[in-house]
Write a protein that binds this ligand. Structure first.
Ligand SMILES: [Cu+2]
Length: 471
């Protein structure tokens, strides 16, 4: 029921419906979005808040949700066409977006109201296709208590930075008096838009209202937002400062996997994004159906198609991913089906970095930063430029799970890979509902066999692996 098209299901055909049924076993701040091509980037997305049936770990009197989106004049398809047009300069000139907050112009939000001495939970969701957001509430104490559906030990901050796909909850203590109203501040920015005053970054303000008649405390928006740590790498304040509230120590490592993010030019000068030199392309049948129908061959990663970039994991293996980002853009990498522990950040080996990217970074080697005793867990992590991040998780959720950049343009250009986790256990335990398989049948998509839709090891019909012309 994960919903990723051609990974765990066929997409819902136009004009049809499908009912997702799943056990809700994790309270927190989520969002849901179309996972087929550029649906998310064009706005098919909405917050999904799961309340705890029991008392929340942290007490609060009220809550607000801030869902941030990027808003462009062009459709995603138009922006993508510009990006991959070999006749245009690369990277292309692209206008910076405006921000939406809860679906309206970021400067036209309704005031949120605070009562004195109460505590509020503010849930922040970056649903954008490509950009980072900052949030601050001057004059108030703010503590991070949740990241991506996992509680943290409260951490006091001046503000937070969220990459695409990321969520935070902060607890905010209202002031003792209702005599003044305050501003909340939002910034939208990204590393790949040139800094142009008024264009990028853009700043937005809204009102925290204690009392309709009170005066507004006007602050210096730009200086407050620019003081929130973001560092050169756009990683936000370091995730490793957070500690997981469930006090799970770092997992031991059974298997360590290196993943190198990058970009490359393929035939006809087409730019694509890559993980370990492979650019993702959909198989001809959803990978989950291959895992369920290939029997003992399901442990052979090649049968999922070279371009699905599959790694097969054993049941309950403890995995460490070392994700290297030797290029100039930070990547918010999202893992389906799991949260991972954030173990360590550090610099990439300069030899991994293309010479044209080294300039300006050679003297700024990032420090090695290690997690606290109880590493924070989350499902989306920004891999800063010229750095690596070590992540750990236990393969205790049999299934087929994408790991991909949550900047839609990078996902669309192939920065994605597939974990096929415990296919043996899957084959013994999983039954796909007929209503789900029917969606494939209606679209002429096979539901048995390897990535080509053939039985056994015959991959004929799959396009050949495209080769990299230059980096
Ligand atoms: Cu990316």
């Amino acid at each position: 029921m994960d919903g990723a098209a051609m990974v765990t299901q066929c997409g819902i055909p136009p004009g049809k419906s499908f009912t997702y049924e799943y056990e809700v076993n994790q309270a927190g701040t989520f969002w849901l979005h179309g996972h087929y091509h550029h649906q998310n980037a064009d706005g098919l997305r909405t917050p999904l808040i799961v309340h705890d049936r029991k008392q929340h770990l942290y007490k609060y009197d009220g809550e607000y949700v801030f869902a941030f989106e990027d808003w462009y004049k062009e459709s995603f398809a138009e922006r993508l066409a510009l990006t991959i047009d070999p006749k245009k300069s690369f990277p292309p000139e692209s206008p910076a977006p405006n921000a939406l907050i809860n679906g309206v112009d970021g400067n036209a939000t309704k005031p949120i109201s605070f009562k004195p001495k109460r505590t509020y939970r503010i849930r922040l969701i970056n649903m954008s296709a490509a950009v980072w957001f900052k949030f601050a509430l001057p004059g108030h104490q703010m503590r991070v208590i949740e990241a991506d559906g996992k509680y943290s030990v409260p951490l006091e901050v001046d503000g937070v930075t969220l990459g695409p796909g990321q969520r935070f909850s902060v607890l905010v203590s209202a002031l003792d008096s209702a005599s003044i109203n305050y501003q909340y501040l939002v910034e939208v920015f990204a590393s790949f838009f040139p800094r142009i005053p008024g264009e990028s970054p853009k700043y937005y303000t809204g009102i925290v209202e204690y009392n309709k008649d009170a005066s507004l405390d006007i602050v210096d928006t730009i200086s407050i937002l620019e003081a929130i740590p973001e560092d050169k790498s756009f990683s936000g304040y370091t995730d490793v400062e957070l500690s997981s509230a469930d006090r799970q120590p770092a997992f031991p490592v059974d298997r360590s996997i290196d993943l190198v993010l990058g970009g490359a030019f393929f035939k006809n000068n087409i730019p694509r994004d890559i993980v370990n030199n492979i650019t993702y392309a959909e198989p001809h049948i959803p990978t989950l159906y291959s895992a369920l129908s290939l029997g003992s061959l399901a442990v052979d990663k090649d049968l999922y198609g070279i371009q699905s970039n599959t790694i097969v994991l054993k049941h309950n293996e403890s995995i460490e991913l070392v994700v290297y980002n030797p290029i100039r853009i930070p990547h918010p990498m999202h893992l389906h089906g799991h949260v991972f522990q954030l173990i360590e950040y550090g610099p990439v080996d300069p030899r991994m970095v293309l010479s044209e990217n080294r300039e300006g970074f050679s003297n700024q080697t990032a420090p090695i930063v290690r997690a606290s005793e109880y590493p924070m867990e989350r499902d989306t992590v920004v891999i800063p430029t010229m750095q690596y991040v070590k992540l750990r998780f236990r393969a205790d959720n049999p299934g087929v799970w994408l790991f991909h950049c949550h900047m839609d343009i990078h996902f669309g250009m192939g920065m994605a890979m597939t974990f096929v986790e415990a296919p043996d256990v899957l084959q013994d335990t999983m039954v796909i509902p007929d209503s789900m398989t029917q969606m494939c049948v209606e679209q002429g998509i096979p539901t048995t066999g390897n990535a080509a839709g053939n039985p056994g090891t015959d991959l004929s019909g799959l396009p050949p692996m495209p080769s990299i012309v230059h980096f």
